[in-house]
Design a protein around this ligand. Structure first.
Ligand code: CO
Ligand code: CO
Length: 311
């Protein structure tokens, strides 16, 4: 992979966001662009914003500014649609304390929207994908299933109003989760997005040079995810993710193909996967309780060289 030799690079490509030191400041920078997953432009704009700032939270940082990137066929969309999209985005960015300070749009046959986000982080607060240690406990802060459920709606297998809980989950910022992780002294964390739970857990395991033991029955799933997988509402990305992860994952014999696909479901604006030492766990739980943030303990970190066991 491309490596920049500049001494300012603190975290380079391969983590949730890059970190660059300029004088005594640590800048966190990331970009994310997605295609529509819901019909309502206001909601889609807000989900895009939550999804884009998430990578800054996943580094333990604070997102400060945003640049919008919009690709659309100008003849197909009324200005009111774009206004509504931007309104949704700005409202969500404001919730994150992030200012939209510019952007760029291009003609594109396929609608795309996203943001480049810049923020700051304290040196001791940096959460890395490679920061998990043997003996840590793994927690996950959102339910899995946004890819399966949105494809069930697209295929006409699920009614639109039933998507509400998944939409609410995608709209939720990872701010509280990241704050709790930093307070608890966590060093390892990532957000669960396009590579699915397994893909992101495996990336953490590889970069941390540890193995992870995942308890499938502890993984929080959105309602009816397994039914829709069984009914064939499986995004291509889930199959791709599973194939990619299978080489380095050993599944217990009781783990079904439906289970494996749910663990591989690509998430939009997914939750954080955080690695915590047992003492950190108590602090994390204290913040979660105070902030009414739900989370699940889903596994543990053991010595190894970058493999997963799912049982
Ligand atoms: Co990420
Ligand atoms: Co990303």
């Amino acid at each position: 992979m491309y490596k920049c030799k500049n001494r300012g690079v603190v975290v380079g490509p391969g983590d949730d966001a890059g970190v660059f030191q300029y004088k005594s400041n640590l800048l966190v920078e990331t970009v994310d662009v997605i295609t529509p997953i819901v019909d309502d432009p206001y909601t889609f704009g807000a989900i895009c914003a939550a999804n884009s700032v998430s990578d800054v939270y996943a580094m333990g940082g604070t997102p400060l500014t945003a640049l919008a990137i919009l690709g659309f066929a100008s003849c197909d969309f009324a200005p009111a649609v774009i206004r509504s999209l931007l309104k949704g985005a700005v409202d969500k960015l404001n919730e994150a304390g992030t200012c939209l300070i510019g952007g760029h749009s291009i003609e594109d046959n396929e609608f795309k929207f996203g943001f480049a986000i810049s923020g700051v982080v304290e040196k001791n607060n940096i959460l890395r994908a490679g920061g998990a240690s043997a003996g840590d406990i793994l927690v996950l802060t959102k339910e899995i299933g946004t890819g399966i459920l949105t494809s069930a709606v697209k295929l006409g297998k699920m009614r639109r109003p039933s998507l509400k809980p998944a939409i609410d989950s995608m709209l939720m910022l990872n701010k509280t989760a990241a704050g709790a992780a930093v307070y608890a002294g966590a060093k390892g964390a990532t957000d669960v997005t396009g590579f699915g739970f397994l893909g992101h857990a495996l990336n953490m395991a590889k970069r941390s040079r540890v193995n992870m033991v995942i308890h499938n029955n502890k993984i929080p799933l959105m309602k009816r995810v397994k039914d829709f997988i069984a009914a064939g509402a499986v995004p291509k990305g889930a199959k791709r993710n599973l194939e990619y992860c299978s080489k380095n994952t050993s599944f217990a014999s009781n783990i079904s193909n439906v289970d494996k696909l749910s663990l591989s479901d690509p998430q939009t604006s997914g939750g954080m996967l955080i690695s915590l030492c047992p003492e950190g766990m108590k602090k994390f739980d204290k913040v979660a309780g105070r902030e009414k943030m739900s989370y699940s303990v889903i596994g543990e970190v053991v010595e190894g060289k970058g493999k997963l066991t799912v049982k």
